[in-house]
Write a protein that binds this ligand. Structure first.
Ligand code: TA6
Length: 285
């Protein structure tokens, strides 16, 4: 059955055997398997009962990246916004010879009173997951269905499962300026990004829409093809930050890298009645 709708998640299964799982909590995709091999990192300590953002998968950051800053209206919202900690609906699903598709929705009537007060805009989010034999596309559409314009950040906060963090690189960011949140400075990327310690960087104004994360010591890796997303965040917590997260194993930083596509360096302004969309297609190297 292409789509199995369980109480708290939807399971997509492609005739090729590829599969994906999306929790309604945050519309968080927590698994993508091709050839029976998992490609997405989910912490063994991740909390999956809807009481906290899921540690791993593809959490959806909206309407603010990180902690908003006063006087901006997002200042009082939780870190990374409310979308990843709200309960979404499965709107519909379909399948054809090539693709299994599921659409999830969240709007201002589905978020808590608290967040509604903090972010008093009428909005509708539609998140589409398209699973094919060897690729998966995740697309977010933001609709301003109110009579006031609003600003937002958004990010597909993707955690990739990798053999060894010290033996991967991110290709496609060379020549791009970034904000280094570890060293609290701005810098210019030269060559590929490698992980040799804690990395937390926001690359803005990308020069390409295509990025690869090849495994250096062995065959394989993943590729990201972006549309409508102009920034990439690269994150690995390494030892200290890993030890400081209760929902993350102390040694799990060896097995993951976050390469996150979105609009975070600046806010996107969306006028009343307007819509915005951005997407990524993940494929295998
Ligand atoms: O996207 C990278 C980042 O903003 C890091 O600064 C780190 O905080 C990470 O997200 C995880 O954030 P979380 O709120 O899920 O603990």
């Amino acid at each position: 059955m292409p789509i199995a709708h369980q109480s708290n998640k939807a399971v997509l299964t492609h005739p090729s055997g590829a599969s994906a799982e999306v929790y309604l909590y945050g519309a968080t995709l927590t698994s993508w398997k091709v050839a029976n091999k998992e490609r997405i990192f989910l912490s063994e300590k991740a909390i999956l009962d809807g009481s906290k953002a899921i540690r791993g998968g593809i959490p959806l950051v909206f309407p603010v990246f990180g902690k908003g800053r006063a006087p901006h209206i997002t200042a009082a919202l939780p870190q990374h916004g409310f979308a990843r900690i709200s309960l979404w609906k499965l709107l519909n699903s379909s399948d054809d010879t090539h693709t299994v598709t599921a659409e999830f929705g969240l709007d201002h009537t589905l978020i808590s009173e608290e967040y509604r007060k903090l972010w008093p805009f009428d909005f509708s989010l539609v998140y589409t997951v398209k699973l094919a034999a060897e690729t998966i596309e995740t697309q977010l559409r933001v609709h301003n269905i109110g009579d006031k314009s609003f600003d937002f950040n958004t990010l597909l906060h993707t955690y990739f499962l990798i053999p060894d963090a010290s033996k991967v690189k991110v290709v496609g960011l060379s020549g791009v300026d970034y904000v280094d949140k570890v060293l609290q400075t701005s810098a210019h990327q030269q060559g590929d990004v490698v992980i040799r310690g804690e990395v937390d960087r926001v690359y803005a104004n990308l020069k390409s829409t295509n990025f690869q994360v090849p495994y250096v010591a062995e065959q394989g890796g993943v590729q990201l093809q972006l549309k409508g997303l102009g920034d990439v965040v690269v994150w690995n917590p390494w030892t200290e930050k890993a030890a400081g997260m209760a929902d993350f194993g102390n040694e799990e930083f060896h097995k993951m890298i976050c390469v996150e596509a979105g609009q975070v360096a600046e806010f996107v302004a969306l006028a009343a009645g307007d819509s915005w969309e951005g997407s990524q297609v993940l494929s295998l190297l």
